[in-house]
Unconditional design. Structure first.
Length: 264
């Protein structure tokens, strides 16, 4: 369904069009995700003030909502931005960080989905199962479950919300409720770097901005994440240097590297 040529075609379109990706994300990862968006070819804006989020959505090509560090003011901004994006008809990527850990996170996630009707939901296996109302609790923001164990829950969540659902893990799964795409690229070093999942969501927002097929956009984004992580991990000694090399590798990612690295 996707291949190295389709991945590179979307990456080329992204670099050519430089879409503005509006991120309402968390304190921990703002710098990482902004730099990753610049490296992949997009233009990031990290606006969260309730007074301007709707206006910012008005000039953006996609919206990424990440609920990693919550407070009531930011939640209000997320809901206003999500409603504005829905009205404008631009894609919304929702990253339900830590959902299942506390009742407040569960409540906020439900509100965001209802208000914004996201095009794509990306999370780890525990988060996806929690959103699908499985009897599961997350360990902070980390998954306690393998990605493939959450696949049926992801299909149900896709059916319930109309969104493409992405499960991140050793192997990534992307589904619209019927079709399933798996991405096998990546590195075990990637989870040792804070915010790699958040970076994946931001990059997914960039690909969604230039490809109206949400299933393909999400799969291409996850493939680029996995390929970049795999290439980067081969060059470094540990997670500290991976952060820097990942950005450089993403910026320089070539058709040849994608062709030679992508696992079909």
């Amino acid at each position: 369904m996707i291949n190295s040529k389709s991945i590179y075609a979307d990456l080329t379109a992204l670099r050519k069009n430089v879409p503005l990706v509006h991120n309402i994300t968390n304190f921990v990862v703002m710098n990482n995700t902004a730099n990753a968006l610049l490296a992949v070819g997009a233009s990031p804006v990290m606006a969260h003030a309730i007074e301007e989020v709707a206006d910012m959505v008005g000039i953006a090509s996609s919206l990424v909502i990440n609920m990693g560090t919550l407070n009531p003011q930011w939640v209000d901004g997320m809901l206003q931005a999500g409603a504005a994006a829905k009205q404008k008809g631009i894609p919304v990527v929702f990253d339900p960080v830590g959902v299942g850990a506390t009742p407040y996170r569960n409540q906020v996630a439900t509100q965001i989905i209802a208000t914004s009707q996201p095009s794509i939901i990306r999370g780890n296996a525990s988060e996806i199962m929690a959103l699908a109302k499985e009897n599961i609790a997350t360990k902070g923001v980390d998954s306690t479950i393998a990605a493939d164990s959450a696949l049926e829950a992801a299909k149900r969540l896709a059916d319930q919300t109309g969104a493409v659902v992405v499960i991140s893990g050793v192997e990534d799964f992307i589904t619209n409720g019927e079709q399933v795409i798996s991405i096998k690229n990546g590195s075990t070093l990637m989870p040792k770097v804070t915010g790699m999942g958040c970076t994946a969501s931001a990059i997914t927002g960039a690909f969604a901005a230039i490809n109206e097929n949400a299933l393909q956009a999400a799969a291409h984004a996850m493939a680029v994440m996995g390929i970049t992580g795999e290439l980067s991990a081969a060059k470094v000694a540990g997670p500290g240097s991976l952060q820097t090399v990942f950005i450089d590798t993403l910026y320089q990612l070539s058709e040849e590297e994608i062709t030679n690295t992508f696992i079909n």
